[in-house]
Design a protein around this ligand. Structure first.
Ligand SMILES: Cc1ncc(COP(=O)(O)O)c(C=O)c1O
Length: 369
């Protein structure tokens, strides 16, 4: 029999599927231990969990599990619009902000189109571009940060989208307002610029990219409830853009792409400033601790603006595996061209301390060998 691959879209042959942080359940199974003994610092999740308000709203909505959700997400888009000083027509909901990256593929990408992004940028951009047969131009990073000048120079008549992750994952670097303003002013108007702001809420004095939306530029801002709101499991994020762009993206959306439980949780989380503040506080404290400890151990790290830190451990994969045996999951980054590094999410202070202690043991065993 001939291979079914002959009928599959050929660009999928060498597509490497997204490798998520190793799940706690899988690790517990492999180590023969309890899930509760495992510390996961691998997916930039909120170690405090969701806000109590979000949990209560989600529990109440479970009772309506037999009903289809409001696919248009009226109330959540309305609340987001109010919070952002925009209109409901400026917003689209996604099953995680990742899904909106996919909508952008459906809307703009055809085979041989080009997407520009940075080396070490969040990997979903190039994976999704590939699904649509588009080519990704990864502009070399400067000191692990996006080189906006280089990205401008990489634009060709085939460029449809430019992805700017700010702060970037996995490097944690941040672009400031002036650089962004200069950049957007020089991008051709018909090229869509996507600012992926999954970690926006962790940044003190973050740059304003919504002004480009207000100005009618072809700019899409992506945000998510997966990080500071602690709702990664229920999958909900949003895109912000001018109404015409949103209208086109809505056409690429499945009717019930975001479920009602997630919408209710997200809506309630918007009302919980206390949970956001507490998350910010423990993240700032934990990140400062991790960075201090890396410096004390003599490990190179990239100062981070997100809820994670990229640290050079010499052999990322070996360190990931060694930490696993100590029931700590971090993220190895071979897929990001960062073989020597691991990314460690900020946990509770207890988790951070255990992680550093385990890392010290792993490194000293390696040095002794
Ligand atoms: C930069 C960036 N963008 C988007 C996402 C996807 O988040 P979501 O859970 O909203 O799909 C992540 C998740 O890690 C991320 O780091």
């Amino acid at each position: 029999m001939r291979s079914i691959w002959e009928h599959a879209n050929s660009q999928l042959r060498d597509l490497k599927v997204y490798e998520p942080g190793k799940p706690i359940e899988e690790t517990a199974r492999e180590l023969g231990s309890n899930a509760s003994d495992i510390i996961k610092l691998a997916s930039n999740e909120n170690p405090l969990g969701p806000s109590p308000k979000a949990l209560a709203a989600m529990r109440a909505t479970l009772e309506c599990s037999h009903r289809y959700p409001d696919g248009g997400g009226f109330y959540l888009r309305d609340a987001l619009a109010k919070a952002l000083g925009l209109a409901r027509e400026n917003l689209i909901l996604g099953n995680g902000s990742n899904e909106i990256i996919e909508f952008l593929g459906h809307v703009f990408l055809s085979p041989d189109d080009e997407v520009v992004t940075s080396q070490h940028a969040f990997v979903a951009y190039k994976l999704i571009a590939k699904v649509f047969g588009a080519r990704t131009i990864e502009v070399p990073a400067i000191q692990y940060a996006h080189d906006l000048e280089g990205m401008l120079a990489a634009i060709t008549p085939r460029t449809r989208e430019i992805f700017v992750a700010n702060p970037n994952n996995p490097t944690g670097t941040l672009l400031r307002q002036q650089e962004i303003d200069r950049f957007v002013a020089r991008v051709p108007e018909d090229v869509v610029v996507i600012f992926d702001e999954a970690y926006y809420e962790y940044v003190e004095d973050p740059p304003d990219t919504l002004k480009f939306v207000r100005d009618g530029r072809n700019v899409v801002v992506l945000r998510t409830f997966s990080k500071i709101a602690g709702l990664a499991n229920v999958r909900i994020g949003y895109g912000i853009a001018r109404p015409e762009l949103i209208e086109i993206m809505q056409k690429a959306r499945q009717p019930f792409n975001t479920n009602g439980i997630a919408q209710a949780g997200a809506l309630a989380s918007l009302d919980d400033a206390e949970h956001r503040e507490k998350t910010r506080r423990i993240t700032d404290e934990g990140r400062a601790y991790l960075q201090e400890q890396f410096a004390a151990i003599g490990l190179e790290f990239v100062p981070s603006f997100g809820n994670f830190v990229l640290v050079n451990v010499g052999d990322g994969n070996a360190t990931f595996k060694a930490l696993l045996t100590k029931r700590i999951i971090v993220r190895a980054l071979a897929g990001y061209d960062l073989n020597e590094w691991v990314r460690i999410s900020v946990g509770t202070m207890e988790q951070n301390r255990k992680c550093i202690a385990a890392l010290q043991e792993v490194l000293s065993t390696k040095r002794a060998a």
